[in-house]
Design a protein around this ligand. Structure first.
Ligand SMILES: *Cc1c(COP(=O)(O)O)cnc(C)c1O
Length: 377
């Protein structure tokens, strides 16, 4: 195998649109001299994203983390928020930056999303909202979560950073809950280099979010709230307009890779893979596997190390759990006994390389290697 794989292969790599096409946008930016503050491309991108995603209102942000922080601000979420420990740290950090106490509830064992059956027991008089994550772009149980929120009068903000373009029965997954937050970071399926967005369902909320991301300015001399600066600039927006032309092709290429992984790995003992859900349009943002040491023969960490030696850089998304980091470890809900499923998945999960430019023969090589390692045990 060593001779075959020379170039390092990373878990992801952004797809670059044709440079000539980007310079056309740059020329227009140079001519207009408008670099930011709701410029032409910013406005165009909001419109095009609403169309593409099938949502009513979207506000662009400089990154997903500031969008999460602002989403919580815009609904005046306070007190305690129930969330998942199985996510990227920014999910919980957004609560911390708002002075909100995170309350971790366990995930379900099928798709590793927040388990709706664990939410009610975590509700206290201080609870004001639920912050679930559509992990790997697989939709949460949105109906069950909505029912709980309605019963207890809670807001729902979805961290949809993995879920760009995901639809359930032809309806954008972003149309559920009160707000959905997207990230357009370079490592995501759709990117504006750095960037993010909040999807909301009415014009008044959209206006409030737009005030909040621009220092609270409602007019030249009117400041209506203590806002922050989280605006997307024109270069990011132009890059986003260009990426939008290609994103369906990117997702198709990801799907081809997922198909090979699934076909090749389906009979490997001790490797669990996730399958597509009927009625869902997936985006194939990640390809996670679970490695069961007892059946596969070696641990996830040993496999990670062996692949790294072969120049294949997988990632342990998400390990450690957010609840294991020093800022959150002291919370009673962070106790391992409260999060058994999340603990198990965090010990076993490994995300394999998946990105549009990944050559299919590399995918086959990675699969052969995974089989060889198993058979050698
Ligand atoms: C990427 C990501 C974020 C943060 O987004 P940035 O644009 O990098 O700030 C938050 N939550 C999840 C689940 C993510 O994957």
């Amino acid at each position: 195998m060593k001779e075959d794989i020379h170039k390092p292969v990373y878990v992801t790599q952004p797809s670059m649109p044709p440079l000539e096409e980007f310079t056309e946008y740059l020329k227009l930016i140079w001519e207009s001299k408008q670099l930011t503050n709701n410029g032409r491309f910013h406005q165009e991108l909001e419109k095009e994203l609403c169309n593409y995603l099938g949502v009513k209102f979207i506000s662009l942000f400089s990154n997903g983390t500031l969008a999460l922080i602002t989403a919580l601000q815009s609904l005046r979420v306070t007190g305690e928020v129930i969330t998942t420990p199985f996510s990227f740290v920014a999910t919980t950090h957004a609560l911390w930056w708002n002075g909100i106490k995170p309350v971790f509830a366990d995930i379900e064992p099928e798709f590793y999303n927040l388990n709706p059956d664990k939410i009610e027991a975590a509700i206290t008089p201080q609870t004001t909202a639920i912050l679930p994550v559509h992990v790997y772009g697989n939709p949460c149980n949105v109906d069950k979560i909505q029912k709980i929120a309605d019963t207890y009068g809670l807001k729902i903000i979805y961290d949809a950073c993995h879920a760009f373009g995901v639809k359930s029965n032809n309806n954008s997954i972003m149309n559920f809950g009160d707000l959905s937050v997207l990230s357009f970071h370079a490592t995501k399926v759709y990117t504006t280099i750095e960037g993010g967005a909040i999807v909301c369902h009415d014009e008044i909320t959209k206006k409030r979010i737009d005030f909040l991301k621009n220092f609270g300015f409602a007019g030249e001399t009117t400041v209506v709230a203590p806002g922050i600066n989280a605006k997307m600039n024109e270069v990011q927006a132009a890059f986003g307009l260009l990426q939008l032309k290609y994103v369906d092709t990117y997702i198709e290429k990801r799907k081809d890779i997922a198909r090979i992984y699934r076909e090749e790995l389906k009979d490997v003992k001790g490797i669990k893979i996730l399958h597509d859900i009927e009625g869902v349009r997936h985006n194939y943002s990640y390809f996670p596997i679970l490695v069961d040491i007892n059946k596969y023969g070696i641990s996830r960490d040993e496999l990670y190390a062996i692949l790294k030696k072969e120049n294949i850089y997988t990632r342990r998304y998400f390990y450690p759990l957010i609840s294991e980091f020093p800022s959150y470890k002291g919370l009673s809900s962070a106790a391992q006994s409260n999060l058994p499923v999340a603990e198990m998945v965090a010990q076993q999960v490994l995300c394999l390389p998946i990105f549009p430019d990944l050559e299919l023969n590399y995918v086959n090589k990675i699969c052969s290697l995974l089989k060889e390692i198993c058979n050698a045990k």
